[in-house]
Design a protein around this ligand. Structure first.
Ligand SMILES: [Fe+2]
Ligand SMILES: [Fe+2]
Length: 380
């Protein structure tokens, strides 16, 4: 998107379209390439759910409660102490909608990526799994759109996340698309969904996230099984090319969020500025108070026990394990001050959800989620 529209109404009317160089691959051998992939496809079929039946859409939302901790955490900034409860509730509703809008648009990107990948992968069983992932992502778009519209309004996609998804869709290679989506974007989403499920007090959002999380764990599992297998078969030059793509995808999000320590300049976020405008909060007052509150960098921040750090626990270990970080790009990460984490404990505990701990029905309790702290402790 060249120029960002100025108003929310203009933004919602915008259609962004482009051509991609993606291949279409017919496959006439219907042989299973990997038993693990065939099992994952079988579980995907068993675990499909219908948002009309699975969720109670009549549940009333209460913005006075911390619907999403990441959004309501901003209320701790002293600026909000001077405001009325009604103003704080309004900010909670709008900032939560803005955050969830990133998930909504990200899910649309995932929907298109999964569909494109289904065309482009060579193996029959990967095409079948890609089709189930496409349906999963369609359901995720549906549930976030319905939830956000109950709460407030849909806000624009952050420019950096749009760039990350566009570079993934335009990469022209299944390996890079899986790297961008199943490793980077879905690693980011899986951690955020886990933390949101853990902290939200809204029963509808909790159950919705539980369903999405179970699906996403399979998608990350697909990345582990299939991306790892295709990257191993690449010519070393092509592997370097994928590793370069992984480096650029990670750097893009680190830069957008003020660098590894969060202290550098941040990319402006038009959606969040619209939230402030809709809540009659002066952006200058807000950002001054935000910086004074000592908000830390997203990549080095210490999280409460049981929370997942997407970058440290999921994204980087998944890239290292798959072979998408080479000696050459490890040096590039080091030069940028971006740590290359490689502990697999939390990642494995998330993947266990998709590889056997939960088979068949979606469950309604926390058994769906891995014990992150236990996984961390068992690895030391
Ligand atoms: Fe999704
Ligand atoms: Fe996904």
């Amino acid at each position: 998107m060249a120029d960002l529209p100025e108003t929310l109404e203009d933004w919602q009317q915008t259609i962004d379209s482009y051509k991609t160089p993606m291949d279409i691959v017919w496959q006439f051998s219907y042989a299973i390439s990997d038993d693990k992939l065939a099992r994952l496809y079988k579980r995907s079929k068993q675990m499909q759910w219908n948002a009309d039946e699975y969720l109670d859409w009549d549940i009333e939302l209460d913005p006075s409660k911390p619907i999403v901790e990441q959004a309501s955490g901003l209320l701790k900034i002293p600026l909000f102490a001077k405001m009325s409860q009604a103003q704080r509730d309004q900010f909670t509703a709008h900032s939560t909608a803005q955050l969830l809008s990133q998930f909504l648009h990200g899910e649309q990107g995932a929907l298109m990526t999964a569909a494109a990948l289904t065309h482009a992968v060579e193996d029959y069983d990967a095409k079948l799994f890609g089709a189930t992932q496409t349906m999963d992502e369609a359901r995720h778009v549906e549930v976030y759109e319905r939830y956000i519209n109950k709460l407030s309004i849909v806000y624009p996609l952050s420019p950096w996340l749009k760039k990350l998804i566009d570079m993934t869709l335009q990469s022209g290679s299944p390996a890079k698309m899986m790297c961008g989506m199943n490793m980077v974007v879905e690693g980011l989403a899986l951690g955020a969904f886990h933390n949101m499920h853990k902290t939200t007090t809204c029963p509808l959002l909790k159950k919705l996230t539980e369903g999405v999380l179970a699906d996403e764990a399979r998608h990350v599992g697909f990345g582990n099984i299939y991306f790892s297998s295709i990257i191993k078969k690449l010519h070393p030059d092509d592997r370097e090319d994928v590793a370069q793509f992984a480096f650029e995808a990670i750097k893009l999000q680190v830069d957008a969020q003020g660098g590894p320590d969060g202290k550098g300049p941040r990319e402006p976020n038009p959606g969040f500025l619209m939230v402030l405008e809709n809540c009659n909060i002066d952006p200058q007052d807000f950002f001054k108070a935000f910086l004074e509150s000592g908000a830390g960098g997203a990549f080095t921040a210490k999280l409460p026990p049981g929370h997942i750090h997407s970058f440290k626990d999921l994204m980087m270990p998944a890239l290292v394990r798959a072979g998408a970080i080479t000696d050459r790009t490890r040096a590039l990460f080091e030069a940028e001050g971006i740590p290359v984490h490689d502990s697999l404990a939390v990642l494995r505990s998330m993947e266990d959800v998709s590889t056997g701990a939960v088979a068949g029905e979606i469950q309604e309790d926390d058994d769906l989620l891995p014990n992150v702290e236990a996984a961390r402790e068992s690895s030391v």
